[in-house]
Design a binder for this molecule. Structure first.
Ligand code: ADP
Length: 258
């Protein structure tokens, strides 16, 4: 298998991408050094991230907290290979993304990142299995195998009996479980969740957090969750507080959820 390494400073075209046979992987699945991100609004510059250093290891369950406008979505977008930083270096699963072009970023996303959204983003006319399968269809996985893997993922999130159900036949908590199954079915190393429990009541929210923390603990994955809900924090083993584009505090817990 070839790994794709984007060379910082090179053009974003294919010329800027080199295929190498081997990649030296460190322990860190994510490594941010001095990451800044600025947006231009007309002639005004908005500095959304002002120098983020962040290392994430496999197995980390991380909650990201901060007030509105503090840079959480921007951080999640760079983590998820949807945006590149203005300055600094970003490594995701050993790949440098700071100078990657859109096609390379899309490949990295497909290969390494699963997303969970606040509003589930399920297709109403597809069954739970078919919603999960979409993540494999885009990778060209053969149909029968894709269906089997999708059912496995649904069983993993506690929905083995709902594989044929349509979203309207599922509760909010169950729909979010389907969305998590879709995020994990392709076996990505990183799961990113943006307010995944915001549309759920407390009990369902906690169940979802428990599932996400369990997924992180499978060692091969890192789970990063943006949340406003302090009741969910016990489920994270690292809580990162972000304010005005900076990480201002981090709490680490030794007592991981069982
Ligand atoms: P949060 O998710 O914590 O609310 P964001 O990352 O969305 O924070 O935003 C951080 C800052 O960057 C805010 O001041 C926001 O207005 C600004 N911002 C975010 N996205 C854009 C954009 N596409 N264009 C211009 N400014 C943006």
């Amino acid at each position: 298998m070839n790994y794709i390494v984007a060379i910082k400073g090179a053009h974003h075209s294919k010329a800027g991408v080199r295929h190498v046979d081997k990649l030296v992987r460190g322990d860190n699945i994510i490594n941010f050094k001095g990451v800044t991100k600025s947006y231009l609004m007309g002639t005004t510059r908005v500095d959304a991230l002002k120098g983020i250093d962040l290392k994430v290891e496999r197995g980390d369950a991380i909650a990201i907290m901060g007030p509105s406008g503090s840079g959480k979505t921007t951080l999640l977008s760079i983590l998820g290979c949807m945006l590149t930083p203005t300055e600094g270096t970003v490594h995701v699963c050993g790949h440098s993304t700071a100078a990657a072009g859109p096609e390379d970023l899309a490949l990295l996303r497909r290969e390494h990142v699963g997303f969970v959204f606040q509003s589930f983003h399920l297709f109403p006319t597809l069954s739970a299995t078919d919603n999960v399968r979409l993540a494999l269809d885009v990778r060209g996985e053969p149909s029968r195998r894709a269906r089997a893997r999708s059912r496995e993922a649904l069983a993993k999130v506690g929905l083995p009996h709902k594989t044929s159900a349509f979203p309207r036949e599922l509760s909010g908590g169950e729909q979010q479980r389907v969305a998590i199954a879709r995020a994990i079915v392709g076996n990505p190393s990183i799961i990113l969740a943006d307010e995944p429990t915001a549309a759920l009541d407390g009990e369902n929210g906690q169940a979802i957090m428990k599932i996400l923390a369990g997924i992180a603990r499978e060692k091969e994955r890192a789970v990063l969750i943006v949340t406003h809900d302090p009741r969910l924090l016990p489920f994270a083993d690292r809580v990162i507080h972000i304010e005005d584009g900076r990480i201002v505090r981090e709490e680490r817990r030794g007592d991981k959820l069982q």
